[in-house]
Design a binder for this molecule. Structure first.
Ligand code: ADP
Ligand code: ADP
Length: 225
């Protein structure tokens, strides 16, 4: 069955102004449950806009978004926020871990915001950090962690609330190639273990080739790879 469905998604910025830019021109894509799909997009192709719309952070001008079979069109802000908090995990290139909090707390906080009991949230956080090999660093703040470690913590944070869908924008983009490969393998292993569906944007064709399927976004449309 389908976890994420986009059909006929259109988005224009600054409509009617000289600066008008038609970013998405009818995007159709589908991610099945448990499937990990790569998204290749040249800079400016509309990748961020697409990920924001898929994650209910932005609303398209036209088309339909469905998550786990539920049509998101016309849902109110509160319901959208509810689906996003409970059902979608995000990871971005610049991970924005909270600098004042330890790795453990960075992973526990989204669960506390979702009304999980503290002991449970911390246990889950530690288990996730352990799976990606960062448990020994759980008590450190982000500044004391390497780039690879920070990225792994960010991934754990995205998975903290057991989302059905992971949306990632260049999840290893700011790492050197060797670290990037290592982190990516860890992430894929964990995604499979957690039965996650994912749409992962990357410029790295080698990484994309290791996903279940690859899509290419060009000039606002999905084109053959
Ligand atoms: P990508 O992530 O593929 O680089 P984006 O989705 O960020 O692409 O942006 C696609 C195009 O839309 C770019 O030309 C960008 O300048 C423009 N754009 C993005 N966000 C806005 C915005 N809020 N207002 C106006 N133009 C925007
Ligand atoms: P990785 O290959 O995982 O990216 P590095 O080679 O950058 O790691 O770092 C090796 C070790 O040094 C790691 O265990 C990391 O936690 C530690 N380390 C890196 N930067 C710092 C720092 N600023 N403070 C404390 N420990 C650090």
């Amino acid at each position: 069955s389908e976890m994420l469905g986009l059909s006929g998604i259109e988005k224009t910025y600054n409509a009617g102004k000289p600066s008008e830019v038609q970013v998405l021109r009818g995007v159709d894509l589908s991610v099945a449950r448990g499937e990990i799909v790569g998204l290749i997009a040249p800079s400016g192709a509309g990748k961020s806009t697409l990920l924001h719309i898929a994650g209910l952070l932005d609303v398209p001008d036209g088309g339909r978004v469905t998550i786990a079979g539920e049509d998101m069109t016309g849902l109110g802000d509160r319901r959208r926020t509810g689906v996003r908090r409970a059902g979608v995990g995000f990871i971005y290139q610049f991970h924005h871990l909270l600098p004042e909090f330890t790795a453990l707390d960075n992973v526990a906080l989204p669960q506390l915001a979702n009304a999980a009991p503290q002991a449970e949230a911390e246990a889950r956080a530690l288990a996730l950090l352990d799976k990606v090999g960062v448990a020994p660093r759980a008590g450190h703040r982000p500044a004391a962690l390497s780039g690879g470690e920070q990225q792994r913590v960010a991934f754990c944070r995205a998975l903290a609330n057991r989302p059905g869908l992971l949306l990632a924008d260049e999840p290893t983009g700011n790492l050197d190639p060797e670290t990037s490969d290592r982190v990516f393998d860890t992430l894929m292993g964990l995604a499979r273990e957690e039965g996650l569906s994912a749409l992962i944007a990357t410029h790295n064709l080698d990484l994309a080739a290791r996903m279940d399927r690859v899509l290419r976004l060009e000039a606002g449309r999905i084109v053959p790879v």
